[in-house]
Ligand binder design. Structure first.
Ligand code: DGJ
Length: 729
């Protein structure tokens, strides 16, 4: 690991894990990109920037240098308007209306460790030897604008993080119209473009398309990272598979509106840009003010998508997630949402909890409907006071009853929302996002509180903290069930209205930081109608997230497989629910439902009192099986073997870091008549060790299990699964 600067050829050279990244101060201060890829010990910069005279349609900033145009220079943080015709990384409007800026190198510093990002979530180090950081200051002297480009390399990860801080050191107001977190130019375009696409209940399906000339982008304008597009893209070499080929991943540590784009221009270069969505955004920078962009985590893999994912998994699990629960095994829970919806009282809850305890479950989670007069989704959000009709003896009494059974107690909140039918809204109708004289669109009969306001943030902190101080709560599910419309704030001046969505995120992060720091012994799980905000920003505050509202085992194969492209199993809530499934009305076996849910943070979400005695026995076995496996699943390395996007079968394996233990799972959706006989080639084991497999008598070489494979037993019928518990001998 390390960052060096070579004064002679003005080259910055970054080494992170097994990847190298190089930049050069070019001509009179342009910051050129030289290389990013597999680690190399030395580069020749003069070989990397090829000068060639172009027709007049690529213009020249320097009248005396006909072979120099920004249109052909690979750059680190490009502008628009002074010869580069590609999409810029930033754009600033001056008081005279002009949008031309010209940032040039001014200075740099290299230091050990990694600085915290002001007000924003980011990866971190636990001691300064883990990483090194380079800050390059670019300046536009004419207007006093500075941009501090920050690059951190991690010693143990093939990862480089980037962010930008704008500083208005001039005398006039500057309006940031676009301020992305990073931009990088590749002098090639022979890539595929991969991203994670979906909708509510169908999150993070993998899309892989050929990179075309022009712009391919994903974004969110929803005020949340969204179910539709995860803030992640990758460029893959055309031959890239799970195990081979090159993968470049870009993951934005942010939970709001974002843009992630690839642009192939006429010279067949590829520019990747990522950051806060410039659409409907601007930020006024008065003299002396600064603006901090979110962080992008860039991962390089020379061994396929699998290695890229494992880099993200470990980095996010150990250096993005924080707090007491980061390294502790997560409890098996039962959640009452699909069991009761809004129709419950204390006795009904206690009865479910009693069975949960018998079966070995560790945590009971009381979901939506415990507050105000919320018997359906049309009221009470914002009034965080227990409903006396459902819980006549109070919430604390119910929490105590659950604890008396020997279970932990968890509670649902949706703190960012307000129902029009609520005391909160009646008292503060201006506390929601809205635009004067326009109607306020509702979704699920609710409005979004304006978290760009400090008073609103204070209210949320107090309301949630009051409950957490007075009721014995071990776990909180933090939900958010609609996207933003009529994005405006009653407190911001006209010139700052387009800052509302980002100010909301800053407010939200502050609220989450305050609450999670005040209650370090509570495990927080994020949620947004399932996985509508399954992003690295959230994981900084909450180490696990409810992956999807779709609990069907077959649907979950795609959702969990797609999610695993970036996020580790320890972050993915996965529950066994009742059949027919509530989202797709499918009947799958209890075994398959269990095996799928076991590949994440395991739990149940059904009325346990309705299980037959046989089902209870099976559930007991699943629970004790997961208890013995969860360390491997939650903290091991994941290898994907068969993709649900490729057909009828899915398989993956989790291997402990020391390769002593593994858990492999195979799923087949539909039966086939007269099916072919197949073996499953495992991955990630030690080829030089011998392993035993629960339920099998032989001893197997790691090489044998990986290169010859394990026999898939005959399975009759639809929705089948097999799992193998593997231990080194
Ligand atoms: C959406 C969540 O994803 C569900 O799990 C549940 O908590 C409901 N909201 C409750 O309203």
């Amino acid at each position: 690991m390390g960052i060096t600067y070579n004064e002679a050829d003005r080259v910055f050279y970054l080494q992170a894990g097994d990847t190298s990244y190089a930049m050069q101060i070019y001509k009179d201060g342009y910051l050129a990109h030289l290389y990013w890829g597999k680690k190399v010990n030395k580069i020749n910069p003069e070989e990397l920037i090829i000068k060639r005279e172009r027709p007049s349609f690529s213009a020249n900033p320097d009248v005396n240098d006909k072979v120099f145009s920004l249109d052909t220079l690979p750059q680190e943080y490009p502008a628009y308007g002074n010869t580069d015709f590609r999409s810029p990384a930033y754009q600033i409007q001056l008081e005279n209306g002009a949008t031309i800026t010209d940032l040039r190198y001014e200075s740099h510093r290299i230091f050990k460790g990694k600085a915290k990002l002001q007000g924003l979530p980011a990866t971190y180090v636990e001691n300064d030897d883990e990483a090194e950081t380079l800050e390059i200051v670019l300046v536009d002297d004419l207007i006093g604008l500075k941009a501090v480009l920050s690059y951190t390399v991690f010693g143990n990860f093939d990862a480089i993080t980037r962010n930008v801080r704008f500083i208005n050191d001039g005398k006039q107001n500057l309006k940031l119209l676009r301020g992305l977190s990073m931009s990088v130019d590749f002098i090639r375009n022979d890539f595929d473009f991969m991203h994670l696409f979906g909708s509510w209940a169908r999150e993070r399906h993998i899309v892989r398309e050929t990179l075309r000339p022009g712009i391919q982008y994903i974004d969110s304008k929803r005020g949340a990272s969204s179910h539709e597009h995860n803030p992640f893209i990758a460029l893959l070499s055309r031959d890239c598979t799970e195990e081979n080929g090159e993968a470049y991943g870009f993951s934005l540590v942010y939970s709001g509106n974002f843009l992630a784009q690839a642009e192939v221009n006429m010279y067949k270069t590829t520019r990747i840009s990522m950051g806060i969505n410039p659409f409907d955004f601007s930020w006024l920078l008065e003299p002396g003010e600064t603006f901090q962009t979110p962080e992008v985590v860039m991962v390089y893999s020379d061994r396929g998508i699998g290695k890229m994912s494992r880099t993200y998994h470990k980095l996010y699990r150990t250096r993005l997630c924080r707090g007491k629960f980061r390294d502790s095994i997560r409890p098996i829970l039962v959640n009452n949402w699909e069991a009761t919806y809004f129709d419950f009282n204390a006795d009904k809850i206690e009865n479910i909890a009693k069975v949960a305890k018998e079966l070995g479950i560790e945590l009971f989670v009381l979901d939506d409907g415990w507050f105000g007069h919320r018997n359906d989704d049309t009221s009470s959000l914002g009034d965080w006071i227990a409903d006396k009709n459902k819980l006549p003896d109070g919430l604390d009494n119910l929490a105590n009853r659950i604890h008396d059974l020997g279970l932990q107690f968890g509670l649902w909140f949706e703190p960012e929302m307000v129902s029009p039918d609520s005391d909160l809204y009646r008292a503060h109708p201006d506390w929601c996002l809205h635009v004067p004289n326009r109607s306020r669109s509702t979704a699920r009969t609710q409005l979004v509180l304006d978290l760009s306001r400090e008073d609103v943030c204070e209210y949320i902190i107090d309301a949630v903290s009051d409950i957490l101080r007075t009721v014995k709560v071990d776990y909180v599910k933090w939900d958010m069930n609609r996207n933003m419309t009529e994005i405006g704030s009653a407190l911001l001046p006209a010139t700052r209205q387009r800052e509302t969505a980002h100010r909301y995120m800053l407010g939200l992060y502050k609220v989450m930081d305050t609450i999670t720091n005040s209650f370090p012994n509570i495990l927080f799980e994020g949620c947004s109608g399932g996985g509508g905000r399954f992003d690295p920003g959230m994981l900084y505050y909450m180490p696990q997230i409810w992956t999807s509202d779709d609990t069907d085992a077959v649907e979950r194969l795609k959702i969990q497989y797609g999610t695993s492209i970036v996020y580790p199993a320890s972050t993915m809530g996965a529950h066994v629910s009742a059949i027919p499934n509530h989202q797709v009305h499918r009947n799958t076996s209890l075994k398959m439902r269990g095996d799928v849910a076991m590949s994440g943070n395991f739990g149940y979400e059904l009325d346990l009192t309705k299980l037959t005695e046989n089902e209870k026995e099976d559930v007991k076995k699943q629970i004790s099986q997961y208890k013995s496996l969860r360390k491997i699943i939650q903290f091991g390395d994941m290898y994907r073997i068969l993709s649900p996007f490729g057909g009828n079968e899915t398989a993956w394996i989790y291997v402990s870091e020391n390769k002593e233990e593994a858990f492999a799972a195979y799923f087949r959706v539909l039966d086939q008549p007269n099916a072919p006989i197949r073996r499953l080639k495992l991955k990630g084991l030690d080829p030089n060790r011998y392993y035993v497999i629960d339920g099998k008598s032989g001893v197997y070489g790691g090489d044998e299990l990986m290169y010859i494979g394990i026999a898939i037993p005959q399975l009759n019928g639809d929705f089948k699964s097999v799992v193998w518990r593997i231990k080194a001998k």
